[in-house]
Design a protein around this ligand. Sequence first.
Ligand code: RIB
Ligand code: CA
Length: 323
Amino acid sequence: MVTKIILDTDPGIDDAMAIIFAEASPDIELMAVTTVFGNATIENSTRNALYLKQKYKLKADVAQGADKPLSRAPVGATTVVHGEKGLGTVEAPELLEVEADSRPAYQYIIDALTAEPGEITLVAVGPLTNLALALAAKPEIVDLVKEVVVMGGAFGENGHRGNVSPYAEANIYDDPHAADRVFSADWPVAIIGLDVTEESFFSSEYLDQLRDDAGQVGQFIWDVSRYYLKFYCERVGLEGCHVHDPSAIAYVINPQLFTMRRGPVRVVTEGPAAGYTIQKFEQRKYMHDQWKEGGSQLVGVKVQSESLLDLYRRTIIDFSQKL
Ligand code: RIB
Ligand code: CA
């Protein structure tokens, strides 16, 4: 079965890897790429999305989204990880032949879900601002979406906590208020956080092999990953990188790769632990419980990482042969 998705993203190096993965997969129809601030400014993140649309002749629309969080002070683009303009040392041309949709991302999402109730999965791999804006403008979308898959958060499983603060993951830290609204809404959400994305690893050798086996698309993934690997080597002490955003796409293609745990999720929105994601997964009743309203979400706690790496590799190589 082919899953129709809107990919909400802040490209971003691993976002680019995820966009290409989604386009390459025969199990996914990439209907649109909606952009958000985060790894790069909204202007750069949209230009990067349009660049990929042009380069890979994507049928997907691109719609530009939020340039800042709902209420917190903006954190600023993550240039130390993703480079000045978001794609490391690769620069999208200033002038492109393709254009963004005229609607803001949140409106695009509302219109698409309304036109095809129950058919579209929202996959969000950046700050959750666009999804929160869509929920605020049309709360009924909770019943129109097929599923919401989020790369974000860290629940302390497998020893993984924050990556930008001791307890916060970047996408959630960038807009914790939006994340709390998205996670506590009554719609089906699957969260692929650091607990699983930091368990999968694109080693330097893996990326070299992909460059050699997957033609120009393998070369492009190798090129954009150079800056990312430099960050990982110098700041994290690893010869490779974790598999963040492509893991959310892998979940859409094959959820069986992940072990998921059910329970409502809330986000700390203020103070030193802002961005901390907490799941209540036991059945106990409490006198004071602000987890009990809204939905019950799925959180990834385990991943079959060898199979995930193999899926990414096979999908990209097959795609390269069709280009
Ligand atoms: O913490 C990892 C996430 O933050 C990924 O989505 C990456 O692209 C950055 O936005
Ligand atoms: Ca991202």
